[in-house]
Structures are given as structure tokens and as C-alpha cells.
Design a binder for this molecule. Structure first.
Ligand SMILES: CC(C)(COP(=O)(O)OP(=O)(O)OC[C@H]1O[C@@H](n2cnc3c(N)ncnc32)[C@H](O)[C@@H]1OP(=O)(O)O)[C@@H](O)C(=O)NCCC(=O)NCCS
Length: 274
């Protein structure tokens, strides 16, 4: 009798132990059957901020206010602006009027110029708004004459007329000497600028990438006359400095120095080696 009761207790204990062990093992098993197998593992989900890099789009005339904000804040860091428009502080209305017209003219000539904006999302309000922070103007048809990009010289009071003329002349000469050999088979960077509050965040690189990729597809080089800050960006992107361009009026002590730079396409590099 005592033996039977002990045996039953032992059996119950063994059953209980077995059940607990089975439950514990089941709890340790991954619940794959319950999960969406197509969902990426959590550690692979990209944090939202990484999607907030600059994006690119074509500019329209509706962007002129935004363009002017970037240009006014950003271009004084290019010595070319002080050289050509030294009185823009005294005559801001002239500088703003003619500069705005200049960008309007770029946008009006899509067969020659490609005007791109780099934007970043602004999360400060209730809705996410794309904010233009940088722009680039590309000359994609260098043999086509540009209309109206040097307007107002006889009228505007912000410009140093002699410096402007010498600047245009030196650009023409340098182009003839170093880039004319490529004829229309090149993409020439006319200008690029990032608002100072948004620099070193890749906006300049995103803008440059468009021109580099477009040229690469055709097997053409990208050519540019670089400001000191521009040179830092272009060198980072693999451009080569070919020569130096100096603008100087007669014996004036003041002069403007730029780097003459280019980036060959892979095909161009290959042809150079053959
Ligand atoms: C040149 C300019 C457009 C660069 O724009 P940006 O948006 O800051 O460029 P990015 O953030 O894409 O820079 C990419 C890389 O270029 C190099 N670079 C750009 N600006 C640099 C600087 N001020 N100092 C050192 N390296 C610089 C760096 O290698 C940088 O990478 P990192 O930030 O990871 O080190 C901007 O400095 C500018 O608007 N300058 C004034 C206008 C001007 O001179 N334009 C050029 C006319 S030719």
C-alpha cells in the first residue's frame, strides 16, 4: 500500500518535471512561425536620420527666392564676388536685381544650362518641408552662346566694370587654352554654392555627382574653374588641377586666382593611356 502511494507520487513528480522541462524548452525556441519572414531583422532597419541626406531636383523660376537666399549667404565666400561686385554692400538693390536676373536667365535656357537644387527635409514644423540649401549651374552645351548672363554692366553700380571684363576675358582665354579641345564633348560646371549653415553635409557632393555621372555616361570630362573652396570639393571628388588662372587688371595689386581643373571619365582615362 505504502509502496503503491510512493510509486504514484514519483510518477506524478516525473510527469510534472517533464511538463515543466517541455514548457521551458518551448519558451526558448525562436517564434519564427509567428513572425513575418519577409520583415528585415531589427538590427538591419536603417535609422530615419540616414534618409535625411540632400536630394536633387531641377530648379524652376518659382525657386528664385530660395536661390537668392543661398547665393546671398554663400557666394561671398568665393573671392570672385568681392572682385567683381565690391560695391554690393553700398548698392544691394543693384546686386539683387541683376543677380536674380542672371539666375532667371540660366533657368530660361534649359538647352544650355542645367540648374539643380539640393534640398534637405526640414522637420521643425508640423509637416516635413523640403528646404533648398545648395545649387549648381552646369553648362551642358559649351558651344551654344549664353544669353543675358553678364547683363547690366553699364547700369549696375555694385560692379567693378574693369574687373568684370577682365574676369570674362580670362575665362575665355583659359577655356580656349585648356578646354576648347573637348569642344561640345564636356560638361562644364558654371557655378556651385551651398548655404553656409548647411556645408560639409554632402550637398555639394550630391550636386557634383549629377555632372560627374552625366559626363561618365558619355565618356566626357567635367571641366571647371575653381575657387579656393571649390577646389577642396573637386579634389575630394577626384578632379585634377591642370593650371592656375590669374585675373589682374594692368598693374593693380589686387588679383583673382582660380584653379583650372578637370575630371576625366573612365573612357577618357583609358584613351589617354592608349
Ligand atoms: C564649395 C562648396 C560648394 C562645397 O559645398 P559643401 O556642401 O560643403 O560640400 P560637401 O559637404 O559635399 O563636401 C564634400 C567634401 O569636400 C571637401 N570639402 C568641402 N568643403 C571643404 C572645406 N571648407 N574644407 C575642407 N574640405 C572641404 C571635404 O573633403 C568634404 O568631405 P567631408 O565634409 O566629409 O570632409 C561650399 O564650400 C561653398 O558654397 N563655397 C562658397 C562658394 C564657392 O566657392 N563655390 C565654388 C565655386 S568654383
Amino acid at each position: 500500500m505504502v509502496f503503491k502511494r510512493a510509486a504514484r507520487r514519483l510518477l506524478c513528480l516525473a510527469l510534472l518535471l517533464g511538463l515543466t522541462t517541455a514548457l521551458a524548452i518551448a519558451a526558448l525556441q525562436p517564434q519564427t512561425a509567428m513572425e513575418d519572414v519577409n520583415a528585415p531583422p531589427r538590427y538591419m532597419r536603417v535609422p530615419h536620420r540616414l534618409h535625411d541626406g540632400p536630394t536633387l531636383r531641377l530648379a524652376t523660376k518659382d525657386d528664385l527666392d530660395g536661390i537668392m537666399r543661398i547665393v546671398r549667404a554663400g557666394f561671398p565666400d568665393d573671392p570672385e564676388v568681392d572682385y567683381r561686385f565690391p560695391a554690393r554692400g553700398t548698392y544691394p538693390e543693384d546686386y539683387l536685381k541683376w543677380t536674380r536676373l542672371e539666375y532667371e536667365h540660366y533657368i530660361e535656357q534649359p538647352d544650355k544650362f542645367v540648374v539643380h537644387l539640393a534640398e534637405i527635409p526640414d522637420h521643425s514644423g508640423s509637416e516635413v518641408v523640403m528646404e533648398p540649401v545648395a545649387l549648381a549651374v552646369w553648362d551642358t552645351a559649351v558651344l551654344t552662346k549664353a544669353n543675358g548672363t553678364d547683363e547690366g554692366l553699364d547700369e549696375r553700380r555694385d560692379a567693378n566694370k574693369e574687373h568684370c571684363k577682365a574676369f570674362t576675358e580670362s575665362a575665355g582665354k583659359a577655356f580656349a587654352k585648356y578646354f576648347a579641345k573637348y569642344a561640345e564633348k564636356q560638361i562644364h560646371l558654371w557655378l556651385i554654392v551651398t548655404h553656409p549653415n548647411f556645408r560639409r553635409r554632402g550637398a555639394g557632393s550630391v550636386l557634383m555627382k549629377w555632372g560627374i555621372d552625366a559626363a561618365e555616361q558619355k565618356g566626357w570630362p567635367v571641366t571647371v574653374f575653381a575657387s579656393p573652396m571649390g577646389e577642396l570639393l573637386y579634389s575630394h571628388l577626384g578632379f585634377r588641377r591642370i593650371a592656375t588662372k590669374i585675373v589682374q587688371v594692368d598693374d593693380e595689386p589686387q588679383k583673382l586666382t582660380s584653379a583650372i581643373m578637370e575630371k576625366q571619365s573612365k573612357q577618357g582615362l583609358l584613351e589617354g593611356l592608349l
